[in-house]
Design a protein. Sequence first.
Length: 273
Amino acid sequence: MSYALDDATLSELCATALAGHASENRFVALALAPHDPLADVARTVERMVFEESFGLDEAAMLAEYTPYEEQSYFFLILDRETGLPAGAARAIEGGGKTLDDAPDLIGVSLSEIVDIHGMHDGGKIWDYATLAVLPRYRADRNGLTVSGMLYRSFINAGHRWGVRHVVCMLDAAAYRNLDMLGVRFVAMAGSEPFEYLGSAANRALYIPFDEIARSMGDMAEQLLQPEVPDANGRRRPGARRVTQRLASQISSGDDMDPHIDMPGFERRRQPRA
């Protein structure tokens, strides 16, 4: 397990993965089990982004996430143009880090959180634990594409694995992006934002799994309606079209699912019916 692959190893692993993927799409998404060699590419992306954004170096990442490695699934986006990763995300089965850390951070016991959000029904819980898009992709629409493919990969994997509940702790930027796409999280136990792992405004959040795609689909439909100007009479048709298209693609899988593979889910033991 490594959060700091050297450049040569990173390039070699990415090249091998891209050569084995039939799609000629620029971006390719892979869902991975924790012991897949490509999972270290995802971990390295996590560390690079978290170190740049929040000051979390390799030692910090190991300290924070090692206890959850066996329960983790990784989502990795590769860029065919560069032959390198563009972004990565992680889900932790069982509620993971969020349900371990949130009670002390928001001052509400775990049992109360579980009761408030109806998570005592025996349904599978996933923690959407990390989301990391490398800096070079954040300045244009490619950043939305990379994030969108990570979201859709999470949805596909969650459907395959029978997930019922999703918890997460999101910084301001990640929350803003998902809110823009229509994902209507509930503040965990009515909590307010708090400082966490170098981020000044984290939110502890809950959403039923099935509501993620449904709410994005609702947003896509809403954005098809005629736009109402803001208080200054301005409209943003370009941004509106981009958001509508992305929300529609993520909710439906159109133009995304053919470029998402889940090798880690084929090799990992399937859940009992």
